[in-house]
Design a protein around this ligand. Structure first.
Ligand SMILES: *Cc1c(COP(=O)(O)O)cnc(C)c1O
Length: 378
């Protein structure tokens, strides 16, 4: 048995990242400023989006994305229930109604056919999540959105670095939201960003992340600058510190190498786990590049997931469950959502387990995980 607990994910911060943030911390500008602009531009360059804004979290990113679209209260936004609570909470912040669609069993992504069934006269947007780092079926989703005049928002908390039909995630949806939380593909501790090709949405999001004010602190700094500014919308303080942005710039340079390590480990998992009866390995569509934020498997019929979870944890393997469907949460009970409308989500939720996968892991670690899977199933 492993002596040391292995977590499903860990932050991968190196001396190079620390050095960059150290420089900023010793300067006179540590809150949002030049490094935030530099990080935002680096995200645009990486994702091929026209505009990006580094903000304090992906939750903030989703909130300002919906806010910029300015929907009337009670508007409906379709999303997946198989995600972190932040995705649909952002809909509620904007006084809109989350309407859940079912998922696809293989990718655990929102099922475009289910989206179409949930559309009403009140539907204004679709928020889809690239689960585990596997891009959604964007062509189909965008076609549905176009047909019904809906905005698309991509919750890419798992998928920076992924590609859909040769295109980097970040400029395909109307707005894409990224997360730089400690356990995501790259990290700034807490952090996030939006990317878009839409100039109008960009300008609104830029205000919404800074109280609705039309000028940044940098715009008002220095000998030539004026003190004046206006507040045009009711925004929030979703600004990211410059010392975090310095870490982000440095982390972004290493993103592709992190993905490479994780994709090699995933291949090894696939190879070994496919030999084990009772384990269904995740499917990767041929037209995508996976970002491998998570490696999840489905347990076959008759295997008790929760008992398996306990056994793995006892053996120091930090398995996890992503996700508890959102409609199960106490707060969401008020919306009277019927579980029976989500047969695939329910089936996947009962059988899914996340195995450890991160860029600090070695093949030996992966072997320990596989060995523990074998032992747990016996
Ligand atoms: C982590 C996560 C978020 C929230 O990201 P934060 O940066 O922590 O706000 C949103 N959606 C999904 C799918 C996530 O995994």
């Amino acid at each position: 048995m492993r002596k040391k607990f292995i977590s499903y994910a860990v932050p991968c911060i190196g001396d190079d990242d620390i050095k960059e943030s150290d420089k900023v911390l010793r300067s006179d500008w540590i809150a949002t400023g030049p490094k935030q602009e530099e990080f935002s531009n680096a995200i645009s360059k990486y994702t091929n989006a026209n505009h990006s804004i580094a903000v304090s979290s992906c939750t903030a990113a989703l909130d300002i994305a919906i806010g910029a679209m300015n929907f009337a209260p009670e508007s409906e936004i379709i999303t997946t229930p198989f995600t972190f609570a932040a995705t649909s909470n952002a809909i509620l912040y904007n006084r809109c109604k989350p309407v859940f669609a079912d998922i696809d069993k293989e990718t655990r992504n929102i099922d475009p056919k289910s989206i179409e069934k949930r559309i009403t006269k009140k539907t204004k947007a679709v928020i889809y999540v690239d689960y585990a780092g596997h891009p959604c079926e964007m062509d189909e989703i965008k076609e549905i959105a176009k047909k019904h005049g809906l905005y698309t928002i991509e919750d890419a908390a798992h998928s920076i670095g992924a590609e859909y039909r040769g295109r980097k995630i970040g400029s395909i949806a109307d707005v894409t939201a990224f997360s730089f939380h400690a356990l995501k593909n790259i990290t700034t501790g807490e952090g996030g960003a939006v990317s878009t090709n839409d100039q109008n949405l960009y300008e609104k999001m830029k205000m919404l992340m800074n109280h609705g004010i039309d000028k940044s602190a940098m715009d008002r700094f220095g000998k030539e600058a004026d003190y004046g500014y206006d507040m045009k919308m009711l925004g929030k303080n979703y600004r990211m510190t410059d010392f975090q942005c310095a870490i982000g710039i440095s982390q972004l340079r290493k993103l592709d190498s992190f993905i490479k390590i994780k994709s090699k480990l995933s291949e090894f998992y696939d190879e070994e786990l496919s030999k084990i009866v009772g384990i269904e390995i995740p499917e990767v569509k041929p037209h995508v590049k996976h970002a491998w934020h998570l490696y999840t498997v489905l347990l076959g019929g008759g295997i008790d997931r929760d008992a398996f979870f306990r056994k793995m944890r006892t053996m120091n393997i930090g398995v996890n469950v992503h996700y508890i469907p959102i409609y199960n949460f106490t707060y969401y009970k008020q919306f009277n959502i019927n579980k029976n409308d989500f047969p695939i989500t329910e089936d996947v939720y009962r059988r899914i387990i996340t195995l450890p996968l991160h860029a600090k892991m070695t093949k030996e670690d992966a072997k320990d995980v596989i060995e523990a899977v074998r032992t747990s199933l016996n």
